[in-house]
Design a protein around this ligand. Structure first.
Ligand SMILES: Cc1cc2nc3c(=O)[nH]c(=O)nc-3n(C[C@H](O)[C@H](O)[C@H](O)COP(=O)(O)O)c2cc1C
Length: 307
């Protein structure tokens, strides 16, 4: 018989496209626990049943194996951060994510495209996982698309559609906020990120960014455009502006990272990493250039130096 390598099998299973859910319950002390799961499946309409497979490796496995109630929240496009929190963050996951409490006291994720509150119907051991079958006691559904997962990566049908329609791109505008020889960055499981917003069109990038930064409690003066590029594969147009913090308190989880430490960090995308490497280099002489191109290649243009 052919020896089945778990790693290779996991990759092959990963070819099956799924949605992404967060499964939650209360542990024996009444503390909420949760994990990201793509093993969700609908099972039956009458009676209303669904299933999800918690792994025995989960720190919360004991809770899911014994729970009488649990909930499944189907994440929506744009909730990748929440999926990452519930897949990797080791602290209080619920303090990082907006949630409501269902009739059984179990948290459900805010902004999910659907959520199901369940009574445990059956738990079956199954190899290194268990099959947790729930009877749906209540559910809700909202407009929008679910977040996708395939080949170990998240995907969004909305962005895929936009990528095919060049007229309908997503516009993301971000800021390199300088504060005392550093840049404000937020750590996330996927790497450090800059403050960003999704703008409705390319004519309102600055306003959108100003509102976003204000919302984050950052006191900043927006400066010139620093980098403009398209990511063809995702259909996203990025524009980053320089900005100066006028009040340096670190806010909303953003940390002031010194220029000298930027090159050693992991960023959410290679394009962000390149941009910040260039920024750290140019900040030494205060001779900033403008980058125009795509996420992989482009040109830097000399612009008038401004302190
Ligand atoms: C997209 C995705 C799907 C996942 N699906 C499952 C799953 O179905 N069952 C499972 O046990 N773990 C799954 N995981 C892994 C768990 O989310 C992860 O191991 C867990 O949150 C770790 O929690 P712990 O630190 O409390 O052990 C998945 C992770 C991701 C990113």
């Amino acid at each position: 018989m052919k020896k089945i390598e778990p790693r290779a099998l996991r990759d092959a299973f990963g070819q099956f496209m799924t949605g992404v859910t967060v499964v939650t319950c209360l542990d024996e002390t009444g503390r909420p626990v949760g994990f990201t799961a793509n093993s969700f499946s609908s099972v039956s309409l009458t009676p209303p049943l669904l299933l999800v497979c918690p792994g025995k490796f989960l720190t919360s496995f004991k809770a899911f194996n014994a729970c009488e109630r649990f909930a499944v929240s189907v994440l929506s496009e744009g909730q990748e951060d929440i999926a990452n929190v519930f897949a990797g963050y080791k602290g209080d996951r619920f303090s990082r994510v907006g949630h409501a409490i269902d009739a059984s006291g179990v948290p459900v994720i805010e902004g999910a495209v659907a959520s199901f509150s369940c009574r445990t119907h059956q738990v079956m051991p199954a190899g290194d996982h268990a099959i947790l079958i729930g009877e749906v006691m209540d559910f809700s559904q909202s407009e929008g698309r679910g977040l996708g997962y395939a080949g170990g990566r998240f995907f969004s049908l909305g962005l895929e559609h936009k990528a095919r329609d060049p007229g309908a791109r997503t516009n993301i505008c971000g800021a390199l906020v300088e504060a005392n020889g550093g840049v404000l960055l937020k750590p996330s499981p996927e790497g450090y990120r800059l403050p960003e917003c999704v703008a409705p069109d390319r004519t309102s990038l600055r306003d959108c960014l100003r509102d976003e930064l204000q919302g984050l409690g950052m006191d900043v003066e927006l400066g010139p455009v620093y980098s403009v590029f398209d990511d063809q594969s995702q259909g996203i147009h990025f524009a980053y502006l320089r900005a100066q913090a006028t009040n340096v308190a670190s806010t909303a989880g953003y940390e002031n990272i010194p220029f000298s430490e930027l090159s050693g960090l992991t960023f959410r995308s290679a394009a962000t990493a390149h941009m910040l490497e260039r920024f750290a280099e140019e900040a030494r002489t205060r001779n900033f250039n403008l980058y125009l191109g795509d996420a992989v290649s482009g040109e830097t243009h000399q612009i008038q130096a401004r302190a």
